[in-house]
Ligand binder design. Sequence first.
Ligand code: GRF
Length: 187
Amino acid sequence: MVKKKTCVFISGQGSNLKNLILRSRDKSFPIKISLIISSNNNAKGINYAKKFKIPYQIVNAKHRNPDNKILKSLNKFNISFICLAGYMKIISNKIVNKFEKKIINIHPSLLPKFKGLNTYTKVLKNCEKKTGCTVHYVNNKLDDGDIIVKKIFYINSNDNENTLKKKTQTMEYKAYPEAIIKIFRNR
Ligand code: GRF
């Protein structure tokens, strides 16, 4: 099987990145992480790039034309698939259009509910009975594209933002690889 050369975009912890790197070591997993792009030079996730010897690039506000820089790197590494994993910047239309149906994102809510930031606060404030995570294609609107995988759990009365985050992220580590397998099984 020829694995798809994939770039993971991060801005922070990189726990989903780490999970995808480990999963992609499996011969039958459809992608190989060939490049990591971080919008933040202090992102902890960069340590996984170093540890697993994966090329990485920091593209932040200091760059005059960040889109061109990103596109150049994607081109250089022959990237054909993109996973956003805690990437805190909006992906420009230029990149989305070039990689239509080839960029996916993971969001810590049951989309279309609670798009954007501060998801756990919103979930608790709204007294939701259940929550979870969603893997979806990226389009030109925020947290909006077609849904690939959704995972749900029920909220306990003693849950708080920390416990919700922990439970949601544990689900994310299953949902993200599952979505990738599903995409390439159908192609
Ligand atoms: C994840 O919970 C993801 O849903 C959200 O940002 C978080 C990133 O966490 N988009 P990490 O950097 O993968 O640890």
